[in-house]
Every structure is written in structure tokens, then in C-alpha cells.
Design a protein around this ligand. Structure first.
Ligand code: HEC
Length: 156
């Protein structure tokens, strides 16, 4: 159908070589478009750091989800609604000696003061959350997440 119509135009309008060539060009470009786009994306700077960026954003997302489930009630936006001097911002973390992933891991696992511990083997019971406990790798991810967020001033 398309070819016939095109032939008709060619004869009728006497546009001769113009029309079919144009069609060929369009076809050619259409066929070329996907690989061109692919090449463009592959070469574009946005996609030049895919591996680390993707891996990191997935971790941040998982960390943010865990944080939203277990921590946000008291630490929304990195703050501390119970104890204003113990936020998750670097200046407080530093002053309180918990500005390393290890220290954040520990406090998240065992708790401290009015901060409940979330570790599976957290003791004593009174110091630990009454809610669900977190696995070690979840606490590790949270420690990484909190440290990263603190370093960046809690953008997420
Ligand atoms: C019930 C409220 C509450 C929840 C839920 C909670 N925290 Fe806390 N958090 C606190 C309080 C209170 C402190 C201060 C403890 C202290 O220094 O005596 C604190 C302190 C901290 C600190 C040290 C901050 C500093 O500047 O000294 C970190 C890190 C921390 N919490 C991480 C977490 C993480 C991660 C979660 C989620 C797994 C979480 N918290 C859940 C109440 C909470």
C-alpha cells in the first residue's frame, strides 16, 4: 500500500528522484535511530559512571527504606525529636563520639540511653526495641546510610 501510493506521487507530481530518495532516507534514518540513540547514551557522560552510581543508589534506597521503617520516628531528616543534642548530623555525631560507621553500628545494635537497640542479640531487653529486630547486614547498611547522609548534610 505505502509503496503504491508513493509510486503514484512520483508519476503524478513528476517530482521524479526526490520522492523515492526521501522515502529511502527516512527508512534509513529510522533504522539507524535505535543504534544511534544507544551509542549516544553509551557515550554520554551521564551514563559513564553506571556501575558505582547504580550500586550506590540501590543501597541508598534500601538504607532509606530501612531508615523509614525503624528510625524515622525519632530521627526524621537526621534530627532527634527525643534528644536534640544527639542528631545524626556530623557535628553531633562527632561531639558524641559516634561519627564512624562502627560506632553508628554499635549504637543501632545495642542502643544507648533512650535510643533502643535493634540488634537480634541486643541486651538487656529494656534497652532494646519492642518492635522487630534488624539483621546484622541491615544494621550495617543503616550505619553506612547514616554516615553517608551525615557527610552530605542529610539530602535524602
Ligand atoms: C525511640 C526513638 C529512637 C529511635 C526509633 C531510634 N533512635 Fe537513634 N537515638 C535516639 C536517642 C534518644 C538518641 C540519643 C542517645 C544518647 O546519646 O543517649 C539516639 C542516638 C542515635 C545515634 C547517635 C547520635 C548522636 O549524635 O549521638 C545514632 C547514630 C542513632 N541514634 C541511629 C539510629 C538508627 C540508625 C535508628 C534506626 C535503626 C535509630 N537511631 C532509631 C532515639 C531513637
Amino acid at each position: 500500500m505505502v509503496v503504491k501510493q508513493n509510486e503514484g506521487v512520483q508519476i503524478k507530481g513528476n517530482a521524479s528522484q526526490g520522492a523515492p530518495l526521501k522515502l529511502e532516507q527516512v527508512k534509513f534514518l529510522k533504522n539507524l535511530a535505535p543504534p544511534l540513540i544507544a551509542a549516544f547514551l553509551a557515550l554520554s557522560p551521564i551514563c559513564n559512571t553506571p556501575a558505582p552510581a547504580v550500586a550506590q543508589s540501590i543501597d541508598i534506597q534500601r538504607g532509606a527504606t530501612l531508615f523509614g521503617q525503624a528510625c524515622i520516628g525519632c530521627h526524621d531528616g537526621g534530627g532527634n525529636i527525643i534528644q536534640p543534642g544527639a542528631t545524626l548530623f556530623t557535628k553531633d555525631l562527632q561531639r558524641n563520639g559516634v561519627d564512624t560507621e562502627e560506632a553508628i553500628y554499635k549504637i543501632t545494635y545495642f542502643g544507648k540511653g533512650r535510643m533502643p537497640g535493634f540488634g537480634e542479640s541486643c541486651t538487656p531487653r529494656g534497652q532494646c526495641t519492642f518492635g522487630p529486630r534488624l539483621k546484622e547486614d541491615e544494621i550495617k547498611l543503616l550505619a553506612e546510610f547514616v554516615k553517608l547522609q551525615a557527610d552530605q548534610g542529610w539530602p535524602n
